[in-house]
Design a protein around this ligand. Structure first.
Ligand code: ADP
Ligand code: MG
Length: 691
């Protein structure tokens, strides 16, 4: 009786298929991981170091790869097996017992058809004991260890054979991948079905919740790939929606008059003619600035192609119309670099240029920005923080925008009716740039200034490094300057700084005795760093020993040779950026890549170094890099700086990019889960960038 009524009132609705878009009672992005079984305060804190705070974060922590399948053996033969194997059988009995340090061990006696029997051990999953009912069939992957069969992954009472493709997560010493595996499994069991599906049902794609389960526990590689593509489509649609939102703003920016007297003087003080490509970019920018629709333009060009000159042009256009310009860089070092380049030029033109970063920037500077005395402000994201008010900001240049999150990239434009020029040196083929940025206009400086001679790059085995330094001294003796890049070690800035210090001292005593050696690393105080850069620019130093902080922005045309120590440790894109610090003037420049002896190099390291010797073309190198990274992730993951895209692989997913644009086009203006998604992605980007 009651059941019937219940059916009518929808209380037993779960017996019917749920419509897509069905929203769960609780929001997983605000549900803390501590609500999961077996997660206490300590573990929650450790998870946070991975950026995992909510249940949603955990479920979207994608595996790096999957374990490949192992042989299945009869339990009776287990003693003969080496390494990991799979077994299949039924539960005879199971129990849980506490271990030291609040850990638990669940043991289960498992018997298979061959009559063999083994005690299987599951660590830290006390809740499992309820599922391990006598008679239940299961499949386990693991190996014989101290506590019997040490289970690495499992399928209990399910037909799915996921144990073979156990996920391997980005992990740390404190939270090993296997622990993450347990946690994800628990989270999926508890919440995996309550994901709203933001894609319209008529697209006939796999459900998001199925994709989510399959990305963690696929039955084979193909299912994992399908799941990844479904999740990639989701994030691409979201990204397109965010881009669409920007276009939809009815913000109005000032329409700037034609270039006038100040621009004329600017062209006059430049020691060179602008190239045809620079001129074309400038014409495109001028057209944008004449409109009242805020400019959203991407200026891309390889390292050293001359983007900064164009950027300053755009900023001066604002100044010329009695408004302000701002240049935003992703790091303090880079902001300072830009300041050191722009400020002297501005001074020549009688334009007031100030620097504002997290650590530099007094109340006085803020005041100047607020009352308009400062005409151009250079800085980090500190510039867009709430307590910075511009008197009248008309043009903003955002450098190396791929290092910012989506929201940050656009914060200036969105709130402040500003024309925005995004600059990047990360070579992305034009078509890809267009698809990923939606309708963002693209200007490209495809060719460097004509006076350039391609940098000559050579590989030097470590055993011959003294010859490399000999070459370097020849340049110094001819009045040129040089860089020595220290090896990339660990991830800690502090260790890196210490190693660089030691290396600078060593070089000063040995290979570089008698020369003026300066040191640049990320741990220097701002004032110290600025002083070192000033000295190097003024040729008060001959050699700059540096960590990768010089990767972007440093611009000293008199520097004609660079030595990169242990070059095989660096990535291809990074080496290309580093190399771009030389070859900035008319003189022949050299880059010497010191590496371990050939025989000791991995094949990919070998090919990376050879690619640099073979070409200086950034686009070509980007393609090679894509090929060398098996997972094609150069443009596709958080690690590579494309912080907004976690699942997408740009090249193989080109079709998805197109599809996402169509879907987003249909969804525009619609309320619903997608708008939540877009909000969340924006907030994420914000959080990562500004925290
Ligand atoms: P990017 O920012 O694209 O890496 P920069 O703007 O820093 O490149 O320019 C690299 C170097 O080339 C700088 O020293 C700059 O002064 C110089 N440069 C820029 N444009 C020209 C040009 N048209 N002719 C000659 N040199 C140029
Ligand atoms: Mg530059």
């Amino acid at each position: 009786m009651t059941r019937m009524h219940a059916g009518f009132t929808g209380v037993v609705q779960h017996e019917w298929p749920r419509p897509r878009g069905w929203a769960p009672p609780q929001r997983l992005d605000t549900l803390d991981v501590v609500t999961l079984p077996g997660v206490g305060a300590t573990l929650a804190k450790r998870l946070r170091t991975f950026g995992i705070q909510s249940v949603r974060d955990l479920l979207f922590h994608a595996p790096r790869r999957y374990e490949s399948a192992v042989d299945q053996v009869p339990i009776a033969k287990l003693g003969l097996a080496e390494g990991e194997v799979a077994i299949e059988g039924r539960i005879v009995s199971a129990r849980a017992r506490p271990l030291r340090g609040r850990r638990t061990l669940v043991t289960a006696i498992v018997r298979d058809e061959s009559g063999g029997q083994v005690s299987a051990s599951f660590f830290n999953q006390p809740w499992l004991v309820e599922k391990l009912v006598a008679g239940t069939s299961l499949r386990l992957r693991g190996k014989l260890g101290r506590y019997g069969f040490d289970v690495k992954s499992y399928d209990i009472g399910e037909a799915r054979r996921t144990a073979d493709y156990a996920p391997v997560y980005p992990a740390s010493e404190q939270i090993p991948s296997t622990r993450l595996r347990e946690l994800v499994r628990a989270a999926l069991a508890e919440h995996g079905r309550s994901f709203p599906d933001p894609l319209p049902a008529e697209l006939e794609l796999p459900l998001r919740r199925d994709a989510l389960a399959a990305i963690h526990f696929p039955v084979d590689d193909e299912q994992a790939e399908q799941a990844r593509r479904r999740l990639a489509l989701d994030e691409l649609v979201t990204l397109q929606l965010i881009v669409a939102r920007l276009r939809d703003t009815d913000a109005v920016a000032p329409s700037l008059a034609q270039p006038g007297e100040l621009i004329g003087r600017y062209r006059g003080v430049l020691p060179f003619q602008l190239t045809a490509h620079q001129e074309r970019a400038i014409t495109e920018i001028d057209l944008d600035l004449a409109q009242t629709t805020p400019m959203q333009r991407l200026l891309q060009g390889d390292v050293g192609s001359g983007k900064t000159v164009v950027a300053l042009y755009a900023l001066l256009r604002a100044v010329e119309s009695s408004r302000q310009g701002a240049l935003m860089a992703p790091t303090e070092t880079l902001a300072e670099q830009h300041f050191l380049t722009l400020e002297p030029l501005c001074a020549q033109l009688g334009v007031r240029c100030v620097l504002l970063t997290g650590s530099v920037g007094s109340k006085k500077i803020r005041d100047e920005i607020a009352n308009g005395v400062a005409q151009i402000a250079v800085g980090t994201h500190a510039l867009i923080q709430r307590d910075v008010e511009f008197a009248d900001l008309a043009v903003a240049v955002v450098d190396e925008q791929h290092r910012f999150g989506v929201e940050q990239r656009t914060a200036l434009a969105e709130n402040r009716s500003t024309h925005v020029l995004h600059m990047t040196a990360t070579p992305i083929p034009r078509t890809l740039a267009l698809t990923i940025y939606g309708d963002l206009a693209v200007s490209e400086i495809a060719k460097p200034p004509a006076n350039r001679k391609p940098i000559v790059t050579a590989r030097v085995g470590a055993e011959r490094s003294s010859e490399a330094y000999k070459r370097l001294r020849v340049h110094l003796d001819a009045g040129r300057q040089a860089y020595v890049v220290c090896p990339l070690i660990e991830l800690s800035e502090t260790r890196l700084a210490r190693a660089a210090e030691a290396e600078a001292e060593r070089l000063q005593r040995a290979e570089l005795r008698g020369y003026r050696v300066g040191l640049l690393h990320g741990k220097l105080k701002t004032a110290e760093r600025r002083e070192v850069m000033r000295q190097f620019k003024a040729h008060e130093l001959d050699v700059l020993v540096a960590t990768t902080v010089i990767e972007v922005g440093v611009d000293v045309p008199n520097a004609t040779i660079m030595i990169v120590q242990e070059a095989d440790r660096f990535g291809l894109a990074q080496l290309h950026q580093l190399r771009g610090r030389v070859g900035r003037g008319g003189d022949q420049s050299y880059c010497l890549l010191i590496s371990r002896p050939l025989a000791e190099l991995t094949e990919t390291a070998e090919r990376r170094l050879q690619a640099l010797v073979d070409t200086t073309d950034g686009f070509e190198l980007a393609e090679i890099d894509l090929d060398l990274r098996r997972e094609g992730q150069l443009l596709g993951t958080r690690q590579s700086g494309w912080s907004d895209l976690q699942f997408t692989k740009l090249r193989p997913d080109r079709d998805l990019i197109e599809r996402a644009r169509e879907i987003a086009g249909d969804l525009r203006g619609e309320d619903g889960p997608w708008q939540d998604e877009a909000d969340r992605m924006s907030a994420d980007a914000d959080h990562r960038g500004l925290a």
